[in-house]
Design a protein around this ligand. Structure first.
Ligand SMILES: [Zn+2]
Length: 163
């Protein structure tokens, strides 16, 4: 059952991911030579195909990787302690994961499987391990091996979240 839900969600997400990716590829910048070298070290096979789009202002940084498009968000309202450079590295690890796993659908399937796997486990067993749905998802997200790898290789820390 979980496998079917995860697979379905991944396929439903692909067109949305593709739309976002297309926007980043159109409006984003290429990686600099230095960033390309960093990307190679972070296991990205084709750094020349990556584009980066920075949005917003402020010190706090967040990001999302849409296959080969990296969107970085700067925000004013939260006290972030990551530099743009650190967060770019984190997202580059995700680009490498997309490549390694075989593209958009394969990555999403694995990513959702890791997050939902956790949520499914703590809620399904009903042994009082659930911390509420949004916290369960947050814990699933920070404990997903793909996120652990990205944090480890980039040196970024777990984002703050009140659970
Ligand atoms: Zn991440």
């Amino acid at each position: 059952m979980k496998k079917i839900v995860v697979k379905g969600l991944a396929w439903v997400s692909v067109p949305f991911l593709w739309i976002g990716e297309t926007a980043v590829l159109l409006f984003g910048r290429k990686l600099t030579e230095e960033e390309c070298k960093t990307a190679k070290r972070l296991r990205v096979k084709s750094p020349e195909k990556v584009r980066v789009l920075c949005l917003g202002r402020g010190n706090a940084v967040g990001g999302v990787t849409l296959h080969r498009g990296i969107a970085l968000f700067r925000r004013r309202d939260i006290g972030g302690d990551h530099t743009l450079d650190a967060y770019l590295k984190h997202e580059l690890v995700h680009v490498g994961q997309y490549e390694r796993l075989g593209g958009r659908a394969a990555f999403l399937q694995e990513y959702y499987d890791q997050i939902f796997g956790y949520v499914w486990q703590v809620r399904g067993e009903g042994k009082g391990r659930s911390h509420g749905l949004s916290c369960d998802f947050f814990l699933g997200y920070i404990n997903a091996p793909l996120e652990i790898e990205a944090r480890k290789l980039s040196g970024t820390r777990i984002p703050r979240y009140d659970c």
